[in-house]
Design a protein around this ligand. Structure first.
Ligand code: EPU
Length: 337
């Protein structure tokens, strides 16, 4: 078990805020984790489990315990001619796993290339991009309950995956399960999903295989999304809102060009990026925080922003979209502190 005091979280939040935590604890294995879950001092403090911090906004220093998993490893559990089952430690870097699968010829998560973060958080968030959600490749999630101290294996259905959501994010369960491993089922005969946006344009004239698809996704992401190693950001700050058909019908009169994606017979999804752009907020700043010019759903740390600059800018965006469209944007980013 690694324990640090007054520890900088600069490397553990992709907004690159130089905040500190009173305690930083990293468990190396399940035995360490069980020890932590029986520690009275730990439970007497505020605590929060993080991954790479690619979806977190620290509003200031954290007066408690930040917990991080150190459980790594990628192990083949089973394979046949069609599929491979992989058990992956929660602290593996997500994109390293994608690269590993692509290099081995295993399909299912290639459209999720270059998403920042770790494997455990990928399941909590049900990360998604370019027509793929990780839920489609997850067979099991192994987690310890903070309430019972027991390990539980969740089958895919028990994870209640939906758009950017899972059982582990439900308000009743939030923060109460520490994921140790995720079991993936990958396809040795990949079925490509190339319908989203301009993926096909990037692939035109090329052979379609896992490597060319991964490279196309990486190229597309790089044109729109800032690299967190250079410019602090947490990807999409808000989720794309769902609105009822009646609401959509009334907005369509004023905005006939409004992009929309049917979810079912009652609900449509509207791109939050479009709503924010319509409010004239591209490039808008508060302190050191700014709305990204290429993808206004992303807030960037342009110049030594504080967590509060980012939160104030997010609030201005929410208010503007609410006033103009009567739509309440929900942050995808978790606020801490
Ligand atoms: N749009 C604009 N103006 C812009 C950019 C986009 O109006 O400047 C509109 C366009 O109508 C465009 C639509 O927004 O067609 C969708 O844009 P984009 O394809 O960039 O995707 P997104 O809906 O904004 C979602 C995910 C991203 C993921 C992309 C690609 C959410 C919250 N975000 O963004 O995920 O990479 O699709 O699949 O669902 C993340 O979660 O951090 C993330 C980056």
């Amino acid at each position: 078990m690694r324990i640090e005091q007054n520890y900088s979280l600069l490397k553990y939040n992709t907004f690159r805020l130089n905040v500190k935590t009173r305690w930083f604890v990293e468990y190396a294995n399940e035995t360490d984790l069980q020890q932590l879950l029986h520690d009275e001092y730990f439970f007497s403090q505020p605590f929060w489990h993080i991954g790479q911090g690619s979806n977190l906004l620290f509003l200031g220093d954290y007066d408690g315990v930040i917990v991080h998993s150190g459980i790594r490893g990628i192990a083949i559990q089973e394979e046949d001619v069609d599929y491979v089952r992989l058990k992956v430690g929660a602290a593996e870097i997500w994109d390293d796993l994608v690269a590993f699968c692509v290099n081995n010829g295993w399909g299912g998560i290639e459209n999720l290339s270059l998403i920042p973060g770790e494997v455990g958080a990928s399941a909590v968030q049900n990360i998604g991009a370019y027509g793929t959600e990780v839920a489609g490749s997850i067979e099991e999630v192994h987690a310890f309950s903070l309430q019972t101290g027991e390990k539980k294996v969740f089958g895919n259905e028990e994870c209640h995956f939906s758009y950017r959501h899972s059982f582990f994010k439900d308000s009743a369960n939030r923060g109460l399960y520490y994921i140790t491993h995720v079991v993936f089922r990958l396809n040795k005969k990949p079925q490509f999903k190339l319908e989203y946006g301009n993926i096909k344009d990037y692939l035109s004239g090329k052979e379609i295989n896992l490597t060319t698809v991964r490279n196309a996704i990486i190229a597309i992401r790089k044109t729109k999304l800032p690299d967190p190693d250079r410019t602090g950001n947490a990807g999409s700050f808000f989720t794309n809102p769902y609105i009822g058909l009646a609401h959509y019908g009334s907005l369509k009169k004023d905005y006939p060009e409004m992009p929309h994606y049917p979810v079912d017979n009652e609900v449509v999804k509207i791109p939050a990026a479009w709503l924010i752009e319509q409010c004239g907020l591209k490039g808008k700043t508060v302190g050191g925080a700014a709305v990204h010019e290429q993808q206004p759903l992303v807030i960037i740390n342009r110049n030594n922003a504080t967590g509060n600059d980012i939160a104030r800018l997010a609030e201005e965006i929410r208010q503007a979209v609410k006033e103009k469209f009567s739509i309440e944007l929900q942050p995808e980013v978790n606020y801490i502190g």
